[in-house]
Design a protein around this ligand. Sequence first.
Ligand code: NAD
Length: 321
Amino acid sequence: MALSRFTQVGFIGLGAMGKHMAEQLAIKLPDHARVSIFDVAKPPIEELVRKYPGKIVGCTSPRKVAESAEFILSMVPEGSHVKSVYLDEKTGVASIDLEDRVLIDCSTIDIATSLLVKQHIAEHHPSASFYDAPVSGGTLGAEKGTIAFFLGCSEQDPMIEILRELLGLMGKQIIPCGKPSLGLAAKLCNNYLSGLIAIASAESLSMGIKADLDPRVLSRVFAAGTAQNAICDRFNPCPGIVHDAPSSKGYEGGFKVQLMKKDFSLAMNMAESVGATLALGNRGLKTYEAASNDPECFDRDSRVVFRYIGGDEKWAEKFEK
Ligand code: NAD
């Protein structure tokens, strides 16, 4: 199908993820397409406008983005920011007539806010559509255009082909999760699980090192055994096992521990609202809260829980003796 339908695309929120996603659009959309961008911070707007002159156009508000774009994506931190991007009476996307616009929020936020925005759009702009489409794959995936999108709609949605085409410019997998807000529900389930796997992996590695097991050997055991998991294989919490993992670079880059705390807490709220029992939820949340408040862990990749629980980062000295 032709990409030529995407002549006017908007992107709001140009942080660690959004900046790369907007760049993927600028690189892959045809020459005549325009990408209108906005962020509350000016530097990322200026940087992208400089890098893609004529292709990327800076705007002064979400409303201005909506005035010049038919397809609008957003990637901001939390529900309060999404609300302001779409519903602010003066500067929000929905402050103009949104005839036929397609709005896609990729932020990981609470389900109630996402449904509130969707409801508002449906009531006031019936020809427009709003989708939750949170992502997974991290900043590296965003930079390479390989992230996965979890879409809050069914395979039968009338826009599905258009959504696949547009999101396919920024990611490799697009998974329709059933209906509105289920993209977010899927994302929260995923991060709850991967957050717990990271804590359990950190604990097992720390325990093994203290019991005189070389963590390189132990990681091979996990990979061969029933404990095999993507966190140990690709984001091993113990430094020096996976060389390009954040843990091997002082836990720089990756998925910040505060973002894991936010997502973990959102997942627990969802569990409560649907009446699901979580045996490990409270311990997990307390661990990520405490790690986020620890100056040695704050702002670092969430697999820094290995450091937080006192894992031996200098294990190599022990095994060289
Ligand atoms: P970030 O903090 O790096 O970037 C957020 C950007 O939004 C910032 O540039 C900020 O200035 C901008 N912003 C805030 N309020 C705004 C507003 N009202 N209008 C316009 N711009 C506004 O965050 P990020 O890492 O890019 O994450 C964004 C979302 O994606 C979060 O919900 C996060 O949980 C999710 N996410 C992040 C990752 C990751 O690895 N970083 C991975 C998957 C999902």
